[in-house]
Design a protein. Structure first.
Ligand code: AMP
Ligand code: GLY
Length: 425
């Protein structure tokens, strides 16, 4: 099978790593990729903000499957065009990707499908925002309606900060903000494959959104993750499929916009039960780095089945029994205004650590061929082990090998879970 993966993050590097070990894959292409992916696949420098570019590339390569990594191309209709040109595509059409592209649309789908989520008000003026905030009380949850790479959400107990974020979001013409009730309890990311009809869940993971240890500082795209969740209640995955993902997939199909690709359910296990925080229309980053590290079933076969309506006939997925932890190494000043162009060294020292490896995100080559940072999240390091303690030991041993001026990473990824301190209220 000849495969084209779209994207340039560590999520795509993780996919490439899995696809490379799949004996069905004869040829692996990535567009645009990054400096690390270029060592493992053929990369093509295309502009993913052009919805026609992936189709042109897929045609020139003659691929059998296109896997869309990030939300950007999905929301502008890259998958629609690829499908219209006859390609098997893992990734939803724009209409279904709206599930991620608009938080207000996601709320509407959830209301129609009876999916439990936070109560929310969609506001178009600051006056409406103030009323909604006072209605819910602190802590305040204020979300930009549109795509914001995980950085459009402010959760704060300071009313002025909440209002200020809403003001900034509303300053763009036609903008809307969503104000919602605060959800207590631990968060879970559950990825489900969908072929438009059937749903197949992967193993759950937990992401760490805040930049600093102890969940302090601003939200980011994600600073680390682990899987599986030793503290997860019995039957959680089946419950989420039955009450959240299958009804959502059914509702989208009923509306004539079937969802083909990955439904990412971001959930909170609250004192009042399961609630959806958000949906994404693609694999999550960094959770993919741990989920795919544990998946034993060859990935190409699984993604192809989802892309071509074959999930009902897919055999049960097989998993490694242990645990995986990933830690994001971020650039100086991420997420505010990341410094790029910093030289990265020490990666070869990670080769000496068993069951640990480095995936590239924002990396590039300088004019002299040196490896340099080219984005906010620069690398993710992955560690595997029999349990979380062993995986944590390896991932942090690997992280300490990496040298880059101004680099920072969280030191507490999976720590509370390792200590048995994650409590479901
Ligand atoms: P989102 O982009 O909607 O996933 O939000 C990013 C992060 O903000 C989530 O992963 C949560 O940590 C936090 N968050 C979002 N909505 C809520 C909520 N209603 N209550 C508490 N925390 C939230
Ligand atoms: N890990 C959060 C996301 O991918 O949106």
């Amino acid at each position: 099978m000849k495969i084209l993966v779209l994207g340039s993050g560590a999520r795509e590097h993780a996919m490439v790593r899995s696809l490379r070990t799949d004996p069905n894959v004869t040829d692996l292409h990535v567009a645009p990729g990054n400096a690390g992916i270029a060592l493992d696949a053929t990369t093509h420098p295309i502009d993913l903000t052009d919805p026609a570019a992936p189709t042109a590339l897929a045609q020139s390569l003659g691929v059998d499957l296109v896997v869309v990594g990030p939300e950007g191309p999905l929301v502008i209709g890259a998958a629609d065009r690829l499908r219209a040109a006859g390609f098997a595509v893992f990734g939803p059409d724009a209409a279904a990707a709206h599930l991620e592209g608009s938080k207000a649309f996601a709320k509407e789908i959830m209301a129609s499908a009876g999916v439990p989520t936070a109560i929310a008000h969609v506001c178009e003026t600051l006056a409406e925002v103030e009323i909604a905030c006072d209605d819910f009380g602190a802590p305040y949850v204020v979300k930009d309606d549109g795509l914001a790479a995980g950085k459009g959400v402010v959760v704060t107990s300071v009313r002025a900060e909440a209002i200020e974020h809403a003001r900034a979001c509303l300053s763009r013409p036609g903008a809307r903000v969503v104000i919602e009730e605060y959800l207590d309890g631990p968060e879970v990311s559950l990825f489900c494959l969908s072929d438009g009809v059937s749903v197949v869940p992967l193993q759950p993971a937990q992401d760490f959104k805040r930049v600093g240890d102890g969940d302090l500082g601003p939200n980011t795209g994600g600073m680390g993750a682990y899987s599986p969740l030793p503290w997860a209640p019995e039957g959680l995955v089946a419950d989420v499929v039955a009450r959240v993902v299958q009804p959502t997939v059914d509702e989208l199909r009923r509306r004539g916009t079937p969802f083909v690709g990955l439904v990412y359910a971001g959930l909170a296990l609250t004192s009042r039960g399961l609630r959806v925080i958000e949906f994404n229309a693609r694999f999550g980053d960094p959770e993919t780095q741990v989920v795919l590290a544990l998946l034993r079933t060859p990935l190409a076969h699984v993604l192809y089945a989802a892309a071509t309506g074959g999930l009902r006939d897919l055999e049960d997925l097989r998993w490694h029994p242990g645990a995986a932890v990933t830690v994001v190494i971020a650039a100086e000043n991420y997420p505010v205004n990341p410094v790029t162009g910093a030289e990265i060294t020490g990666l070869e020292r990670v080769d000496d650590i068993d069951d640990a490896y480095v995936l590239h995100a924002g990396t590039a080559r300088s004019s002299t061929g040196a490896l340099v940072s080219a984005g906010g999240r620069v690398l993710t390091v992955v560690g595997l082990g029999n349990d979380l303690a062993a995986a944590r030991e390896r991932v942090y041993a690997a992280a300490r090998c990496v040298e880059m001026p101004g680099a920072h990473y969280r030191s507490d990824i999976a720590l509370a879970a390792e200590r048995g301190e994650v409590i479901v209220p």
